[in-house]
Design a protein around this ligand. Structure first.
Ligand SMILES: [Mn+2]
Length: 463
């Protein structure tokens, strides 16, 4: 696999040269300053790292995305404290695991107290063992608390207990609130460095899709495609995949989150391949769909052309000022018109759209925010009570330059559905990761073949 990836490296060169390679201390400092500027005077903000993985977890440690966004520290058992009113030393205080080779030998090198100041930009740093004694007076001096526990319930209860203990003597209410909405708002609009990381993640993922197409042939397996993609992504500097790859052939192609990978590829089947990697913690989300045989059958081509036209309509709808749901609406109109023309849907167009009868074949949304998380933090602007399925389709959030989202319509015709049998077991999803720009949208992953002629050309390479 390493050899294959090396050979591909020389053949593929879509990663923009000179893009950012690593996150710097300034990158995280800029995020902290943005948050500090939003925090009310007199407040204190506390962030806990994601807990260490225990047991037989196979994936390496990944920091909580909000904690990472603010600190760049990839270690568990750490607490970051931001105090907008404090002097330079007190504005950003880190509590970390101290250097201890006997422990580090088992779980990895630590920044330690010295590294927290020198490399991570903290004004002061202490051992995490000192957190509670040092936090109590800081809490007593603050008038409001914003916090995130990084998934550590024990920490959040003790934090609130400590905070509330100081209330007994307070003359005015001392509110405590979840800091994640503030972080979500910051993370929604990407800065230039983040855009560079997203571009890299998408360029690597696009090349991985091309590599998978070249690997496709009857007799191979879903895992062969997955393997070549994961190998290429890691060889190109991705730390991990952004989500478990979905490589689904034949009847599996209609399963949205198919998790296995052991089916053999059979002539005549469609493949839905939804795979993307993470570069410097920023995610790519990319899907391509193509025939095992190397040539689209007439039925596969007809469905593919609808989804491609729907995706193009969705991409065209991505522009500043447009509401998030307008992207989805644009894809829905094209899908409904296409399915009506093929006789897969029947009835009144307006009624089908109103009742969402098309969801039998296009059951998911067209878009979600993407960034540090593949389904990224970010407000969808929904009123309370909107069901999860409708969260994206009804989202009123207005697009702004710097926001990143996916555009991913799909059509899936399961066997025994109401459609004619010639459509059965064909799944098609086309997904790209895009940035909203001042003019409209920049497709970051469209380097992966998407037009039928380009896909068939890529598939031909193996034969
Ligand atoms: Mn997606």
């Amino acid at each position: 696999m390493v050899l294959a990836a090396t050979v591909l490296l020389s053949a593929l060169a879509t990663v923009p040269a000179g893009g950012p390679q690593a996150a710097t201390s300034e990158f995280f400092a800029a995020h902290r300053e943005r948050l500090l500027a939003r925090l009310p005077a007199g407040s204190i903000a506390v962030f806990h790292a994601a807990p260490a993985r225990t047991g037989a977890a196979s994936d390496p440690y990944r920091q909580d995305s909000d904690f990472w966004y603010l600190t760049g520290l990839a270690e568990p058992d750490a607490v970051a404290v931001l105090v907008p009113g404090a002097n330079k030393e007190g504005r950003y205080v880190l509590f970390v695991q101290p250097r201890d080779f006997a422990a580090e030998q088992w779980t990895g090198w630590r920044e330690g107290v010295e590294g927290a100041v020198k490399d991570c930009g903290a004004g002061q740093a202490f051992s995490v063992a000192e957190f509670w004694t040092r936090f109590a007076p800081m809490a007593a001096a603050a008038s409001s608390l914003f916090y995130e526990a990084g998934g550590d319930e024990t920490f959040s209860s003790r934090l609130l207990e400590t905070w509330n203990a100081a209330n007994a003597n307070a003359a005015v209410p001392r509110p405590a609130a979840d800091a994640s909405p503030a972080l979500a708002a910051l993370r929604l609009v990407k800065d230039e460095v983040e855009k560079g990381f997203l571009r890299q993640a998408c360029a690597i993922s696009a090349d991985a899709h091309l590599a998978a197409m070249r690997e496709t042939a009857p007799g191979r397996h879903e895992y062969d495609l997955k393997g070549v993609m994961v190998g290429l992504c890691l060889a190109r500097g991705a730390a991990r995949m952004a989500y478990p790859p979905i490589v689904a052939a034949g009847r599996n192609s209609v399963i949205l989150h198919y998790e296995r990978d052991d089916k053999q590829l059979v002539d005549g089947e469609m493949i839905v391949n939804d795979t993307g990697c993470e570069f410097n913690s920023y995610a790519a989300d990319v899907t391509r769909s193509y025939p095992v045989s190397g040539r689209f059958s007439p039925a596969q081509k007809q469905l593919y052309e609808i989804v491609l036209a729907a995706q193009k309509a969705g991409l065209a709808a991505v522009k500043p000022g447009a509401a998030f749901h307008e992207v989805y609406d644009a894809t829905v109109r094209v899908v409904v018109d296409g399915l009506l023309a093929l006789g897969i849907l029947a009835g009144d167009r307006a009624e089908i759209i109103k009742t969402r009868a098309y969801q039998r074949f296009y059951p998911h949304g067209s878009s979600h925010w993407i960034g540090l998380d593949v389904h990224d933090a970010g407000n969808y602007g929904n009123p309370d009570g909107v069901a999860r399925l409708e969260r994206y389709g009804l989202s009123k959030t207005k697009l702004e330059p710097g926001m990143a989202l996916t555009v991913e319509p799909g059509i899936y015709i399961p066997e025994n559905s109401t459609a004619d049998a010639k459509w059965w077991n064909i799944g098609v999803r086309i997904e790209d990761t895009v940035l909203v720009t001042a003019e409209g949208c920049e497709c970051l992953s469209c380097g992966a073949p998407r037009e039928i002629a380009d896909i068939e050309k890529a598939l031909e390479k193996k034969r």
